[in-house]
Design a protein around this ligand. Structure first.
Ligand code: F6P
Length: 516
């Protein structure tokens, strides 16, 4: 696959988009273009997610050229390679099949993948049975997930998002940082006999997770815990390392599941304990519905693809350097952090699949906070700052609480912010001038539940895949996180010994200061 598909800048559409952007494309004014016809043309219904893309800086010609770009980059063929289980993660020689984890029994898959699918379903049954068993076990009151990156952000985000469905009497804790303050704060409130530790690590070698897991086990025995087998479980592809660590109960997964795409695997166990096996299956079903949408929808109606095209248009033609995500649902408060890993670890790349340095920009910075909080913090900059930042609003029509008056206020605010960004406000005096014509996307759910959350996450996963495919990069490796790990291994013993030989002058001085 690596050499087979054109990179975005090698296409005729790319050159045409450049010409268009230098002319009419750059002048486009939303306020003049927006009417009911545009809203209809730029609205899409995908499974569980409705999208209004009409307030984006895309005119009809840019839209046509972006779709032409998708065709010239053979995005449909690239998508089909993903779903055939080809080794599209070429630098690690791995297939990319997180989507298989949410494929239900009886669904169509390439016959070559039938064996993998059977293994997926076998492991899933065991994991969900265990989840329901823990759920029913009143003696376990606290579940502590020890993991980092994809082994933390997804389950943590999902447990928070589905908070109203969490089994009464169970508390969930997520410990990721090697900074001992985090684990110590959690352990302070726990008793060994009522705690279940889940050691979540794809590789079972990650220094933060192993350090925290060792400290948790030590605390467990020192605090009088006796049954490690009952109180520790491992979620990993490295079953042997988990056994060597002394954990008997392991739920496995496979190297074709990337860390940041692993929520659907055994890494999702905290979510399954929180909302039950049936709830977890609903999460998988929502994501599968989005997979089917991606496979079947024509390019112009394919929501993840349309969002990826906007990403390219904004990053490579308008030169916007970031995108803000504003979930108007406080239960989605960890979604921006989750998306930071998904998008920036996947597409924060500077070379293409052949290793050639890219002459254009890739992943934008992704950041955000829930609304309405963000409005009282950084929205000033979104409305009147010097940079244009496309904003992605996410809201749910129905609330999961019955407090009167709140939901209409919340929804009024999300609509008002998108409106204000677009309309702006003239102030001849200056300080109260809002330039307007600032782009936003509105993603609406009926309600936040396991199925819609699954669909929303899968939407983002596929969008990242399509953007990476347009840029011609491998979205599924993460070599950029390795160098710091290697250097930390070198520095750790120096902090103990004081040996600074061979270190750069700044690091040597800082080591000396921190030892003092
Ligand atoms: O940050 C690098 C990374 O490899 C992520 O991709 C991954 O999610 C995280 O570390 C944790 O890795 P593991 O699950 O193997 O402990």
């Amino acid at each position: 696959m690596a050499a087979a598909f054109p990179r975005c800048d090698e296409t005729g559409a790319w050159a045409a988009l450049q010409r268009h952007h230098q002319g009419a494309g750059r002048q486009f004014d939303l306020r003049q273009a927006l009417d009911a016809g545009r809203v209809a043309a730029f609205s899409l219904q995908a499974p569980h997610v409705f999208a209004d893309l009409s307030k984006n800086l895309v005119d009809a010609q840019a839209q046509q050229l972006l779709l032409q770009l998708a065709r010239e980059c053979a995005l449909e063929a690239q998508r089909d390679a993903l779903f055939r289980g080809e080794r599209i993660n070429a630098t690690e020689e791995r297939a990319v099949m997180h989507w298989l984890l949410r494929t239900p029994e009886g669904a169509r898959v390439d016959p070559a993948l039938a064996g993998d699918l059977a293994q997926v379903h076998g492991t899933q049954r065991a994991m969900l049975a265990f989840a329901d068993q823990v759920r029913a076990d009143a003696a376990i009151t606290d579940v502590v997930n020890i993991g980092i990156g994809g082994s933390d952000l997804g389950p943590q985000m999902a447990v928070l998002a589905l908070d109203t469905l969490v089994t009464p009497g169970k508390r969930f804790h997520f410990v990721s940082n090697v900074d001992g303050h985090e684990l110590a704060a959690v352990l302070r409130g726990l008793r060994p006999e009522s705690t279940l530790f889940l050691v979540a690590s794809k590789t079972f070698t990650t220094i933060e997770t192993m350090t925290n897991a060792r400290s948790a086990r030590q605390w467990f025995t020192q605090a009088g815990g006796s049954d490690v087998a009952r109180h520790f479980a491992a979620l990993t592809t490295n079953v042997q390392a988990a056994a060597e660590f002394g954990i008997e109960r392991t739920f496995g997964f496979w190297d074709w599941v990337g860390g940041r795409y692993s929520l659907w695997s055994a890494i999702g166990l905290p979510v399954a304990i929180a909302i039950g096996g049936a709830g977890f299956r609903a999460l998988l079903a929502g994501a599968h519905a989005m997979d089917e949408h991606v496979r079947a929808a024509p390019l112009e109606g394919n929501l993840p693809l349309r969002l990826a095209l906007l990403d390219v248009w904004y990053r490579n033609f308008h030169g916007f350097t970031s995108r803000s995500v504003a979930p108007y649902h406080s239960a989605l408060r960890r979604l921006p952090a989750y998306l930071q890993q998904l998008e920036m670890e996947s597409n924060g790349k500077r070379v293409d699949r052949q290793g050639r340095v890219l002459p254009f920009a890739t992943a934008p910075v992704v950041w955000g906070e829930p609304g309405t909080n963000g409005q009282h913090a950084y929205f000033q900059m979104l409305h009147q700052g010097t940079d244009v930042v496309p904003v992605e609003f996410i809201a749910a029509r129905e609330a999961a609480h019955d407090l009167p008056g709140h939901q209409p206020q919340l929804l009024a605010n999300v609509l008002a912010q998108a409106q204000a960004l677009m309309l702006g406000k003239a102030d001849p005096g200056g300080h109260k001038h809002f330039p307007g014509n600032r782009p936003s996307t509105m993603l609406l759910l009926e309600r936040l539940d396991p199925a819609s959350l699954g669909a929303l996450i899968a939407l983002y996963e596929h969008r990242v895949f399509f953007a990476g495919a347009l840029w011609g990069i491998n979205s599924f490796d993460q070599w950029g996180v390795e160098l710091g790990k290697v250097l930390a291994r070198d520095i750790a013993p120096r902090l103990a010994s004081g040996d600074v030989a061979g270190l750069d002058a700044s690091t040597a001085a800082l080591v000396a200061r921190l030892r003092g």
